[in-house]
Design a protein around this ligand. Structure first.
Ligand code: NAD
Ligand code: IPM
Ligand code: MN
Length: 355
């Protein structure tokens, strides 16, 4: 039995975050109401403005606070007034790591009605999903700088890859591939150059794939996979990647799907020991912040993913259908998709399509 009500922590954050999040919240609330369940959204004021006032990106007891919620809905984090390694390193990455959201799920799909920058491609050609390792790897934070400001200055940035970390994300990827019609899985590696971390990656993936003989497996060097996403996107289905590789490949995937403003991102704790977090794939977009023109689709789609994860898949699917209907009609499009609609007008069109 699905729950009757859910508590959702909202971190609208910075830049266009506070512009796109209200659109998402409004649509999710309406859709839930239509289906007879409730969403209780609680705003948390964390982000760069909070940092400028308090010296911290979040309250000290943030883990305790977030533990009390069913999920987290996040806009974007990062502002020109705060160094990005602070805003990401003291909010975004600790959430993903300490809330054990070790899978970052990022669908990249050309929706009907959107023109891909890849000429001649249709919705049938671009339908991929990235299962990105989200808790370790290149983002583990290990390293340091010494002799700062001298000629001997040195920086070290270490990647930590664990058997367990690779195994759990690979297994998630194979399970997902098994459920998709094409049952195809690509592993992004770089074991030709990264002969410690990525050879372990390959070995663990090879072990896991023995349990999934029904899934067609391909190993690609990440540079070749990046090229393939552009030249033969129709040959890519599920991909499993390290943290950094997945970050880069998913911006490519979202861009070829029409815009960075379209893609959603689910930071998933599969065992549900802590709440999972749902956000658009894009950042705070300081270049367009405050203009009211950001595309809210990535945020709305992320909200639909959140409902699916919470056990309300039907409502999530209805929201995605409403987005597709608006795009197919074509009258309302934001500037990144070649239109003139504002963030709010796009939101209103999706609300209307929801019925
Ligand atoms: P970005 O994704 O914010 O912007 C890249 C480009 O895409 C910009 O030209 C922007 O205008 C455009 N764009 C992004 N989202 C859009 C939308 N919804 N509608 C229309 N156009 C959109 O990436 P960036 O410029 O590299 O980073 C800006 C800031 O965001 C930095 O502080 C960065 O650290 C942060 N960031 C945060 C997250 C996150 O919160 N998860 C993700 C990426 C970047
Ligand atoms: C993303 C962002 C983050 C990442 C940054 C802000 C640390 O680019 O969510 O894709 O690299 O994961
Ligand atoms: Mn990114």
């Amino acid at each position: 039995m699905a729950q009757q009500s859910y508590r959702i922590a909202v971190i609208a954050g910075d830049g266009i975050g506070p512009e796109v999040i209200p659109v998402g919240v409004d649509i999710l609330k309406r859709a839930a109401q239509q289906e007879g369940f409730a969403l209780d959204f609680v705003d948390l004021p964390w982000g760069c403005e909070f940092y400028l006032k308090t010296g911290k990106m979040m309250d000290d007891n943030w883990v305790e606070t977030l533990k009390g919620f069913d999920a987290i809905y996040l806009g974007a984090i990062g502002a020109p007034s705060v160094p990005d390694y602070i805003s990401a390193g003291q909010l975004l990455l600790p959430l993903r790591q300490l809330l054990v959201q070790y899978v970052n799920l990022r669908p990249m799909r050309l929706m009907p009605g959107i023109k891909s920058p890849l000429g001649g491609r249709t919705a049938a050609d671009i339908d991929m999903i990235c299962v990105r390792e989200n808790s370790e790897g290149e983002y583990c934070g290990v390293g340091g700088r010494i002799h700062v400001g001298t000629d001997l200055e040195m920086a070290e940035q270490t990647g930590i890859f664990t058997k367990k970390g690779i195994e759990r994300v690979a297994r998630f990827g194979f399970e997902l591939a098994r459920k998709r019609p094409r049952k195809l899985l690509a592993s992004a590696t770089k074991s030709n150059a990264l002969r410690h971390s990525m050879t372990l990656w390959d070995e663990v993936v090879d072990e896991v794939r023995k349990d999934y003989p029904d899934v067609e497996f391909k190993k690609y060097y990440v540079d070749a996979l990046a090229a393939r996403m552009i030249t033969h996107p129709q040959t890519v289905d599920v991909m499993i990647t390290s943290n950094l590789f997945g970050d880069i490949l998913t911006d490519i995937g979202s861009a070829i799907s029409g815009s960075l403003g379209v893609g959603p991102s689910g930071n998933i704790n599969p065992e549900r020991t802590f709440p999972s977090m749902f956000e658009p794939l894009h950042g705070s977009a300081p270049d367009i912040a405050g203009k009211g023109i950001a595309n809210p689709i990535g945020t709305v789609w992320a909200g639909a993913m959140m409902l699916e994860f919470l056990g309300q898949a039907g409502t999530g699917a209805r929201i995605v259908k409403a987005i597709e209907q608006v795009l197919t009609d074509g009258a309302v499009k934001t500037a990144d998709l070649g239109g003139k609609a504002s963030t709010k007008e796009m939101g209103a069109a999706i609300v209307a399509a929801l019925g």
